[in-house]
Design a binder for this molecule. Structure first.
Ligand code: SAH
Length: 336
């Protein structure tokens, strides 16, 4: 008999939030393509081709700053359907020397999404890697340009809850009714949960180590905060709606907000350069999203113009992705 994912979680409960998130995220992505209107959520590259195109322009600029290395590795972590990379590479095909110099590498765990990436990026002959220890990255000093959009949010967090005896790691157990439930910690203060993420910090630290060895730059885009906050940010999304995190276990997208202040501290401790962490709105504005939009509008039908405007609004407005999403760029460039 094949046990449901939820039954398997119940068998191993009590379980920390960190372990719960690791197992749930792995199961969720391994068993579906979650993107788009018929799926659970939509990411920036799936909203508009402009997003990936501007990131292509960003990458070309970084490559130039690095001294136009040949070869260099264009690496994406958690590439989803491969849309961002496809748009970025289409936008850079006229950048002299860029495509001949680049080797495309994708870090992905989901077999379903690997298949989508294979279709979307066949022309570029990508290689797939499991993690940053892969010999493609480690056995050479090839400079790296790394992209990660909505990747860090999927890496697990720990939660700690204030109890009368001090901070305790938050766990999930089975309650009297046989359902999964957070272990109850009695406490009178309202804000009693704090989070950290060794998985995210270790990942960013490994990126720093790699950049110091190979040179390069990395771009991280995600929802989160730049000033460390307290509180519970664990969230689950199904069919484009927030759902309770302990229902639909393994069938909803489970993430949390990224603490960019914590990641900046990791980068600086590694002596890697961390540029200002800015909002997605500011980043896309800097890359000229308004100009690109205007150009696309010129040759568009009325319906297409409407769609382009809607996409621009979703990507940049304060009430949509513009402010909640943050952009962190780190780099390690020779002779600087
Ligand atoms: N960047 C894409 C997809 C974001 S969803 C976009 O913007 O559309 C998160 C992606 O990270 C998925 O491709 C998922 O399968 C992948 N992923 C999640 N955990 C991972 C891990 N530990 N290692 C590698 N990839 C992971």
């Amino acid at each position: 008999m094949v046990l449901s994912f939820e039954t398997r979680i119940k068998q191993i409960a009590p379980i920390s939030v960190e372990e719960f998130m690791t197992l749930t995220v792995e199961h969720y992505y391994a068993t579906r393509d979650p993107f788009g209107a018929d799926g659970d959520f939509t990411t920036a590259p799936e909203i508009s081709q402009i997003f990936g195109e501007l990131i292509g322009a960003w990458a070309a600029n970084e490559w130039s700053t690095l001294g136009r290395p040949n070869p260099f590795i264009m690496l994406e972590c958690g590439p989803g359907r491969g849309t961002l990379m496809a748009d970025a590479l289409r936008a850079t095909k006229n950048v002299a020397g860029f495509h001949t110099a680049m080797r495309v590498a994708l870090m992905e765990t989901s077999p379903v999404l690997k298949a989508r990436q294979k279709e979307a990026l066949a022309a570029y002959h990508p290689v797939w890697i499991e993690n940053l220890s892969d010999s493609i990255l480690q056995s050479s000093n090839t400079p790296i340009i790394l992209l990660a959009n909505e990747f860090l949010d999927a890496l697990p967090i720990r939660q700690f809850q204030k109890s009368p005896e001090g901070w305790k790691e938050r766990t999930i157990e089975i309650n009297d009714k046989g359902n999964l439930a957070f272990r109850f910690v009695p406490h009178k203060e309202k804000e009693t949960i704090i989070e950290d993420s060794p998985a995210r910090e270790n990942f960013v630290k490994d990126v720093c180590t790699l950049l110091k060895k190979n040179n390069g730059a990395a771009l991280f885009i995600d929802y989160g905060h730049t000033e460390g906050g307290t509180g519970d940010t664990l969230q689950a999304v199904k069919n484009h709606r927030f759902v309770p995190v302990l229902e639909n276990v393994g069938e909803a997208d489970l993430t949390s907000h990224v603490d960019f202040a914590a990641l900046r501290r990791v980068v600086e401790a590694e002596n890697v350069h961390c540029r200002a962490i800015v909002t997605q709105e500011a980043f896309l504005h800097e890359l000229g999203i308004e100009h690109r939009t205007a150009t696309l509008m010129k040759n568009a039908t009325a319906q297409q113009q409407q769609d382009i405007q809607t996409a621009l609004h979703r990507l940049t407005s304060t009430e949509e992705m513009g402010k909640l999403f943050k952009v962190m760029v780190i780099d390690y460039v020779p002779h600087r």
